[in-house]
Design a protein around this ligand. Sequence first.
Ligand code: SF4
Length: 381
Amino acid sequence: MQNKMSGNSLGVYLHIPFCIKKCNYCDFCSLANSGTELMREYSRELARRIREFSAVYGKQAVDTVYFGGGTPTLLPYSCFEEIFFALKDSFFIADDSEITVEGNPASIDAKGLAELRSLGANRLSIGLQSANDNELDMLGRVHSFYDFCSTYEDARRVGFDNISVDLMYGLPSQTKDKLEYSLEKLIELSPEHVSVYGLKIEEGTHFYRERDFLDLPDDDTCAEFYELCCERLFGSGYRRYEISNFSLEGRESRHNLKYWRLDDYIGFGVAAYSCFQGERFGNSRNIKGFLEGRDICEYRQKISDNDRVSEYVMLGLRLEKGIALEDYYRISGQDFFEAYPAVKDFISKGFMTFEEGRVAFSTKGFLVSNIILSEILFFED
Ligand code: SF4
């Protein structure tokens, strides 16, 4: 890859909307069992749109690439090859870029993983969700814990030394023991990065239709589960750098940090979002329109100075380090405590901290961060 870097390199997101089957809780944009021909067509169009972008905006410097989905690891090698060629032709991709591919166990073998490495992928994000096979079944996942371990070991064997694993808590009928077991099994494998998400029942999913029959843990139990995850991960050397994301030293997701730090990124494909040159824009889920080469952008919005300041507060507070009041003043020209008077109250009640010029959530505050954020913004002058 070419080595031309600037301090403001772009992140590139590519949405790959294909899965083996739809999980019971999933409302992401993905098609189940759609066949290889559609994947080829989609990848061709993705490559064309990447080249079209660089024809309009010039060859930009990039330092993170993220294949998300869906299940990107379902794509055949030739599709990845086509997309990687388009990326390398269209962007200056730094030698030390973070190139992540999301994937699921049972969707790729050792040969496929080795091929991905040879194309330049250097980070793998694998959906585990639970180490209990009965929970995986209930979630509608297509793999067992054994399948996960095989994929994980294959990935290590072919040279992936940066692996992220997703885990879910707050599952129907989940007990503390079951979650402890999943955490123990995950920690034994020592992935560099762990994302921990609470189950949300989203409209349009199988779980949504069945919601009256699901034995879901209440909010207090979910809070205890989150605290258990934090406790076990902290005790094993992981640092929480964002509300749902934990990593070993220096292994934070550089791509995701761009979202939280309001850096520029450009998304290609259906349901992909961008923040680029002072605008936010997002694509619809219209796969047919995408394949026909139509403009599928469904919203486009200039980011006003006020939006930028509120987003800085909302996204910055998701990070463990929170926000530096000095930076806030530089961006907004205002004193933070004057703009958000409710924060002092949350600090005195232990939901937030103020140390070394930074305001951040405490663990107790992270558990109710959405409520606190809406109160803070409500009190904004
Ligand atoms: S594998 Fe991921 S994207 Fe696909 S259906 Fe399951 S949760 Fe959704």
